[in-house]
Design a protein around this ligand. Structure first.
Ligand code: SF4
Length: 281
């Protein structure tokens, strides 16, 4: 393995490991590489893959799969940031740069989907962290996940900001012949200056619009998720007309920013640009 020389820790409990990694009892190793400067990947063996969503969450799906914890896309408004604190990692820089990678997730998922009790309810990906964040270019976990879902007859949806998804469009097209597959691309804003401030690790909005075209061109249904809408920052008609005009889009939906406690952490709030002064007179 080319990364072996970059290994910085190989077991939970190692004094050199980050404090919260003691909670990752299934940690295989932690890795840094020059291709991902500033990011540490913590490779773990997942015990389970399917997460059941409580009814109280009020979400339109009951099952999710998350191959990664943390997200190098680094959106300052991300509501999932708080989940990193469960590992004693912080919801700011650590969420962006300490990425947990479930290297065996496809095998575990395939095993769970073979259970006689599995009811083949739709499974949602991209609901907590982005499955096509930069790490996916290296770890290639999604092809195995897609194959496991399609092979078991389980419908699924993927929501992403990651243009790495282009790589899997042929596989997704094949999967869609076996099960319903729906794609969603999140484009919360189109102003490039605001994008650099709020979504510093994501592909540009223009690149994501191109991804929408590629998905539709591959014959797959695609939604554009115009979310979150940030009051006084990204709620103008101009901001939202552009994705709406995109010819590749089939449907769109939106929601206002969910001000989870982690999104108000000290790292996050200063990154939000000041809202424009209200017009007077
Ligand atoms: S892409 Fe999604 S999961 Fe990743 S940081 Fe942005 S909002 Fe969070």
């Amino acid at each position: 393995m080319r990364w072996a020389g970059q290994e910085i820790s190989n077991q939970a409990g190692d004094p050199a490991a980050l404090p919260g990694l003691d909670r990752l009892h299934n940690l295989v190793r932690s890795v840094r590489t020059p291709e991902f400067a500033g990011i540490t990947f913590h490779e773990v063996l997942a015990k389970s893959a399917l997460n059941h969503v409580p009814k109280a969450a009020g979400l339109p799906f009951n099952w999710t799969v998350n191959p990664y914890r943390g997200c190098s896309h680094g959106c300052v408004y991300c509501f999932a940031r708080n989940t990193h604190t469960y590992l004693d990692l912080d919801a700011g820089d650590d969420f962006d740069r300490q990425i947990v990678v479930k290297i065996n997730i496809a095998d575990v998922l395939a095993r769970e989907l073979r259970r006689p009790t599995w009811t083949h309810e739709p499974v949602a990906l991209g609901t907590n962290t982005d499955p096509y964040q930069r790490a996916e270019g290296r770890y290639r976990l999604m092809p195995g996940i897609i194959a496991a879902l399609a092979g078991s007859g389980t419908p699924f949806s993927i929501l992403t900001k990651g243009t790495t998804a282009r790589r899997d469009l042929p596989l997704l097209t094949v999967a869609s012949r076996a099960v319903p597959v729906s794609m969603g691309v999140s484009i919360a804003l189109t102003d490039e200056t605001i994008h650099a401030d709020l979504e510093p690790g994501t592909p540009t909005p223009r690149a994501r619009l191109e991804l929408v075209r590629a998905i539709v061109g591959a014959g797959l249904p695609c939604q554009v998720l115009v979310a979150p809408i940030l009051p006084m920052i990204t709620d103008s008609d101009e901001q939202h007309d552009h994705p709406r005009r995109d010819r590749g889009r089939r449907r769109d939906c939106c929601n206002c920013v969910r001000a989870a406690p982690a999104s108000r952490c000290p790292r996050v709030v200063p990154a939000l640009p000041a809202p424009p002064s209200p017009a007077v007179g």
